[in-house]
Design a protein around this ligand. Structure first.
Ligand code: ADP
Ligand code: MG
Length: 301
């Protein structure tokens, strides 16, 4: 198969997903790696060429990769994950609406484009967790104990775009991070970035049945194939605080081969959105705009 991986600068040196690309190459597939964060792309020509069986996205929220993946989907190419599903979780405000509406245990969520507007949240909702709607990797996530503290923390969040705020879910300080690869679930525990002093060593842990059911439901609700869910074990049961498309899969046994197999299966099954005209009519004859980007040549690594 021919695959195109979109890899953001942030993950340039990470094992995931480049080791997956290497594994697929070792199995005889052709993998091109595009780094949308640091490339000039003849985008209208390259995407229209449609010479890949599937496009795979590993990018940061707000990065340029999603536009490229959406372009690929718009001309009818298969994407991993499905591009609409990625959009549904990349925006944490949107994810909260979809999650709560579909019956997932997601905290009540407020959104405000200016941090000053968060002052209107009733005092009874405190302590709050405030985070950017397009955040990732714990960036700018703040615990706000009372309305007075909002005045101190708020200015640090100016410029972070749309903010969301949720009541703090009381928990042990340890996140349960659950990964789904091809329908199989793996749980790990990791210190919450809000309680870094906790010092829990990241490790695989048994997955409670109640959490497994919720995580499986997350996949159905958002339509994700490869994903991770951050779960907190609160006083009223498991709570979903974050959903990530194509996460790190850290601590998942044999993660590289598992993810590589899942990518192949998804690429074969196809998630292409049908578009008027269809991709076949958009593909120009001949030409290989990716020839110089071949993973085997290692130019972009
Ligand atoms: N409502 C909440 N209550 C308690 N802790 C939270 C809440 N939301 C987030 N957290 C903590 O903050 C961490 C980072 O938030 P998260 O939404 O996962 O953002 P990111 O995309 O940056 O990972 C979570 O892993 C969790 O430990
Ligand atoms: Mg998270």
């Amino acid at each position: 198969m021919r695959l195109c991986f979109l890899v953001e600068e942030h993950y340039r040196h990470d094992g995931m997903p480049l080791d997956v690309a290497r594994q697929l190459t070792a199995w005889g597939h052709r993998v091109d790696v595009l780094r949308p964060g640091d490339s000039l792309l003849a985008i209208s020509e390259e995407v229209r060429a449609g010479s890949h069986d599937a496009w795979v996205l590993k990018t940061v929220s707000g990065g340029p990769g999603l536009t490229l993946l959406e372009s690929a989907a718009a001309v009818g190419l298969t994407t991993v994950n499905d591009v609409r599903s990625i959009r549904g979780v990349r925006d944490k405000a949107l994810a909260a609406v979809i999650g709560r509406t579909r019956g997932l245990p997601v905290p009540v969520t407020y959104a405000a484009a200016r941090w000053e507007r968060l002052a209107e949240i009733p005092a009874a909702e405190y302590p709050l967790v405030v985070k950017p709607a397009d955040g990732s990797s714990g960036r700018a996530v703040r615990l706000v104990r009372d309305p007075g503290q909002l005045l101190e923390v708020g200015p640090e969040l100016a410029g972070e775009g749309l903010l969301i705020a949720q009541p703090y879910v009381p928990n042990s300080g340890t996140d349960l991070k659950v990964y789904c690869v091809d329908g199989e679930l793996f749980a790990t525990e990791r210190s919450s970035p809000l309680r870094p002093g906790q010092g829990v060593r990241e490790r695989q842990v048994p997955l409670p049945g109640s959490v497994a059911r919720i995580v499986a439901q997350v996949g159905e609700v958002f339509g994700l194939d490869l994903y991770g869910v951050d779960v907190l074990l609160g006083p009223d049961g498991p709570v979903v605080v974050d959903v990530n498309d194509f996460p790190s899969f850290r601590q998942v046994p044999d993660a590289v081969a598992r993810v590589a197999r899942a990518v192949l299966r998804l690429a074969r099954s196809g998630t292409a959105v049908s578009v008027p005209g269809g991709p076949a009519e958009l593909v120009p004859a001949g030409g290989d705009p990716y020839g110089h980007l071949g993973f085997g040549e290692g130019e972009l690594l």
